[in-house]
Design a protein around this ligand. Structure first.
Ligand SMILES: C[S@@+](CC[C@H](N)C(=O)[O-])C[C@H]1O[C@@H](n2cnc3c(N)ncnc32)[C@H](O)[C@@H]1O
Length: 265
């Protein structure tokens, strides 16, 4: 084959075809609105997250362990040993096993395609689901002020449109002394290759396809607004299986886990 043919083939396979595929995806998403994107995101997460949840199960268990010592702010529920938990962006229900068995769960999830998967998982757990609200965490008007003992978010704060507004809502619905448990991927520190790639992808295709930002300093935002949480315990860590050579998990290698407490005053 002539050199020009090889170059032509290279350009075709490595430049033109990927650009054409992205363009087609973009056109399809635009034409059929959010529903096709939400369905795809649901299918994608259900498959992609199996490895993630299996590998991180013990770490998550340790992170949520202290929840079982938390007491409800409502005297009646406290005497019955019940805990009111709100999970935002619960997806297919990856966290049932980490909640104390006597919990009463409310869910806020904007993507309706997750709901049947969520209830399928719920059947295998002891957790009672009070409400499944199809709405965004930025606007949880169906959840009353100070009505939750615990709020949980795992891999959601990178997806919400307005992080600060979400945190305000989390704070509003928590009872005094209530706990916010979060577990999220975050932006790597400046100067690293990952910091650069996370910016690049977020501002190009990542948000469009996966509906999430790779470059959020969620830990800084939680800690910076002193009017919100009276005490924030959090630590960054690296997920263990992200070092395989071409693993896409490298992109979310850096995580934060934290517990923020709403003050008593
Ligand atoms: C990566 S999935 C994580 C699902 C689940 N929490 C887990 O750990 O497997 C992100 C979830 O956030 C939800 N989400 C996206 N935007 C949201 C918003 N504004 N408010 C609440 N949830 C949102 C998505 O629908 C999806 O269920």
């Amino acid at each position: 084959m002539a050199t020009s043919d090889v170059v032509f083939q290279g350009v075709l396979y490595y430049c033109f075809v990927p650009i054409l595929i992205k363009f087609l995806i973009f056109m399809l998403l635009n034409k059929y609105g959010t529903s096709i994107k939400e369905r795809l995101i649901c299918v994608f997460w259900n498959h992609a997250m199996i490895k993630y949840h299996t590998a991180l199960r013990d770490m998550k268990k340790a992170h949520f362990n202290s929840m079982k010592y938390h007491k409800s702010a409502d005297l009646y529920l406290r005497n019955k040993g019940l805990l009111r938990i709100l999970e935002i962006g619960a997806g297919s229900g990856a966290n049932f096993e980490f909640f104390p068995p006597n919990s009463k769960l409310t869910v806020v999830e904007p993507n309706a395609f997750f709901e049947p998967h969520f209830y399928e998982r719920q059947k295998k757990s002891l957790i009672k689901v009070d409400k499944f609200l199809l709405t965004c965490a930025e606007d949880m008007k169906e959840v009353e002020d100070s009505s939750m003992d615990v709020v949980v978010s795992t891999l959601v704060l990178g997806s919400v449109r307005d992080l600060k507004q979400t945190l305000k809502e989390v704070h509003r619905v928590l009872a005094k002394g209530g706990k916010f448990y979060y577990w999220e991927h975050v932006h790597d520190v400046p100067g690293t290759w990952l910091h650069f790639v996370q910016n690049l992808l977020t501002y190009t295709i990542w948000d469009l396809i996966f509906g999430c930002h790779l470059n959020r300093n969620i830990d800084d935002v939680v800690a910076e607004d002193v009017s919100l949480f009276s005490h924030v315990y959090q630590e960054r860590f690296e997920i263990p299986f992200s070092n395989d050579r071409w693993s896409v998990w490298k992109l979310v290698r850096v995580h934060v886990m934290g517990v923020a407490t709403k003050g008593l005053i």
